[in-house]
Design a binder for this molecule. Structure first.
Ligand SMILES: O=C[C@H](O)[C@H](O)COP(=O)(O)O
Ligand SMILES: C=C(OP(=O)(O)O)C(=O)O
Length: 382
């Protein structure tokens, strides 16, 4: 953990910062925790499968499920093992990807995730956070699960992107040019959430911008300020997450969004986030939304064909617990007080039992939508 002395010894000339503590470069961390060729091939395979589902070549349903945030790697891996088993069980109907979110965009202030504050005590040991996140992704990849994450800090992306199968840009950053540029150079499919007000246009614009070649200021693997030129990301898409104006997962919203995407020359197939603005952040409501979506896949109707994926916030225990942080700028003497094992410290999550039931229903919905011929459906991928 970084000490006060180290902080004081840091470079005081970093723009706008009181302290500046050098970190290992992305190349150094990648060398310390390398991605073996076997897992690199699995990550690539996962990206290809996700692309195929998003493009409708593989008509399974993409399901991105996992905690709102990873705060305890042990509980996260406990969850990952259960999800890996469920992914195998439903592999004819669902392509299951684990949500492994290490960075939280806050409305105002709050815990910003495992990378920013891995000890959950305001000590902000970012070097340990990056290391823990990378090790966690390696462990999940070893279980055979592709992973999904939100890319929030462009710098942290350099430490982890080789392990990620699917990326998201959150509702609070979809309008940011920096995040659109970032996605334009990512090697995996990436979705943009609609705005927190429910507005779709920011996400459509984001997809267009990220699909284009971009040149911008960034950092290289050695940690040097660099000019970065990207080719554009061909696999951008929309994520409907509801907003302050209400949910947007109903058939009319989905059909209208899909039509707007098509008219803009973008992928008309989209992902529906059953949580956030679509559930009012209630985990009970989230399960109802997911089950409603499953029923709609079965029944067909407006927008049903446009649903390529569903996002679920799910952990071992139901709901969420409050994480008490020390006041801003005060270093904690104590680590976070006893937390309930396997319960979210950010948004409320469905528990494992509820998740398993929802996965069953989504699998049935996907199977019925496809006509129930999984072996025929997946020939495009062999
Ligand atoms: O998904 C997580 C939260 O919804 C997001 O980080 C915003 O959280 P906040 O409004 O509690 O800051
Ligand atoms: C922060 C998240 O979502 P949103 O950007 O939709 O609020 C999230 O998925 O963790």
């Amino acid at each position: 953990m970084t000490t006060t002395t180290e902080l004081a010894a840091g470079n005081p000339h970093a723009a706008g910062a009181d302290h500046c503590v050098p970190l290992p470069s992305p190349a150094e961390l990648r060398a310390e925790l390398p991605l073996p060729a076997r897992l690199a091939a699995a990550v690539e395979r996962g990206r290809d499968e996700i692309r195929a589902v998003l493009n409708g070549v593989d008509d399974r349903l993409l399901v991105i499920a996992g905690p709102c945030s990873i705060h305890d790697p042990e509980a996260g891996l406990d969850y990952a093992r259960r999800l890996a088993a469920a992914a195998r069980q439903h592999s004819s109907d669902l392509l299951v990807v684990m949500r492994t979110y290490f960075e939280k965009p806050r409305t105002t202030v709050g815990w910003k995730g495992l990378i920013n504050d891995p000890h959950l005590d305001g000590s902000h040991d970012i070097a340990a956070g990056l290391r823990t996140a990378r090790r966690f992704l390696l462990d999940v990849a070893d279980l055979g699960l592709p992973v999904a994450t939100e890319f929030l800090e462009p710098v942290s992306t350099l430490y982890l992107s080789d392990l990620v199968g699917w990326g998201a840009i959150g509702a609070r950053t979809t309008e940011s040019q920096i995040h659109r540029q970032l996605v334009s150079g990512l090697p995996m499919p990436a979705g943009f959430k609609n705005g927190t007000d429910g507005g779709l246009q920011v996400a459509l614009d984001a997809c267009t911008a990220a699909a284009a070649a971009q040149t911008f200021l960034g950092m290289d693997q050695q940690g040097r300020a660099s000019l970065l030129a990207t080719a554009g990301n061909p696999d951008t898409h929309l994520i409907l997450r509801g907003g302050s104006a209400g949910p947007n997962y109903d058939p009319e919203h989905i059909a209208a969004a899909s039509a707007r995407l098509a008219a803009a020359g973008l992928n008309p197939r989209l992902i529906v986030d059953a949580s956030h603005g679509n559930s009012g952040k209630s985990h009970h409501r989230q399960a109802e939304v997911a089950v409603e979506l499953a029923a709609r896949l079965e029944a067909g109707g407006p927008g049903a064909e446009a649903i390529s994926g569903v996002m679920l916030e799910s952990f071992l225990m139901p709901g969420a617990q409050k994480l008490e942080l020390p006041a801003a700028g005060v270093r904690a003497d104590q680590p976070a007080p006893g937390l309930v094992y396997g319960q979210s410290v950010t948004d409320a999550c469905m528990d494992w039992e509820m998740t398993a039931g929802v996965l069953e229903q989504l699998a049935r919905g996907a199977r019925t939508r496809s006509g129930g011929h999984p072996l025929v459906r997946r020939t495009a991928l062999g």
